[in-house]
Design a protein around this ligand. Structure first.
Ligand SMILES: Cc1cc2nc3c(=O)[nH]c(=O)nc-3n(C[C@H](O)[C@H](O)[C@H](O)COP(=O)(O)O)c2cc1C
Length: 197
């Protein structure tokens, strides 16, 4: 069932605070996915976009993005540092979505001047595809934390981010499931590879 209007944000899983989603955007038919935080304060919704990313370019060009709601930390780690192949995506209503999304929501975003990277966004429509249910897992949450630290480490090369990632790695090895451990290993490999370039 298609859901429309701001009243359905809760139903789509977008609550007050920062909602970490996977944004899918498109350019010349090529779909891009990357983690993105949607900041919600009551009825107001914002995103902060870093310059120089595909997501930034595509949102600026098209004025929209799809927020994919997922609990899959592996996808967060993967899309933070790398592009996904096109077979991870599907189309609903012509829009690019992640095949594994629990829900998706189309947001419109007014094109913003190049020097302003905070933009107000508005929900257009969305759909709940399945409801996932699981116990809280510290490892899974920390994989997302490690992905944030990894993007910062690669951009800024500050040692404290690397130390944070190493600390997280130990907890993921203890608490995470196999997919979390794999995500962490792939993240570490990428950090090592990028650091040698
Ligand atoms: C959990 C998480 C949240 C993130 N939130 C944002 C965000 O709100 N805005 C942003 O510009 N980048 C954010 N990033 C970083 C981007 O995802 C990262 O720069 C990515 O490489 C951009 O990929 P792209 O070039 O395919 O768009 C986030 C990363 C993670 C792991």
């Amino acid at each position: 069932m298609m859901l429309c209007g701001n009243g359905v944000l809760e139903e789509l899983g977008v609550l007050d605070g920062i909602n970490e989603v996977i944004a899918t955007t498109e350019k010349n038919g090529v779909i891009n996915a990357a983690p993105l935080g949607i900041i919600r304060d009551g009825e107001s919704l914002y995103i902060k976009l870093f310059l120089g990313t595909h997501t930034y370019d595509n949102v600026l060009a098209n004025g929209w993005f799809v927020a994919n709601i997922t609990h899959d930390s592996w996808i967060f780690a993967e899309t933070a540092l790398e592009d996904l192949t096109q077979d991870y995506f599907d189309r609903r209503d012509g829009l690019p979505i992640l095949k594994d999304a629990e829900a998706w929501a189309l947001f419109k975003c007014e094109p913003f001047p190049l020097d302003i990277v905070i933009a107000k966004v508005e929900l257009v429509k969305g759909e709940v595809l399945r409801k996932d249910f699981r116990a809280f897992n510290r490892g899974a949450n920390l994989v997302v934390e490690a992905a944030v630290a990894a993007t910062r480490y690669l951009a800024l090369r500050t040692d404290s981010y690397y130390e944070e990632i190493m600390k997280i790695k130990r907890i993921v090895e203890r608490c995470g499931g196999p997919r979390d451990k794999e995500a962490m290993e792939r993240l570490m490999d990428r950090i090592d590879n990028y650091c040698h370039i």
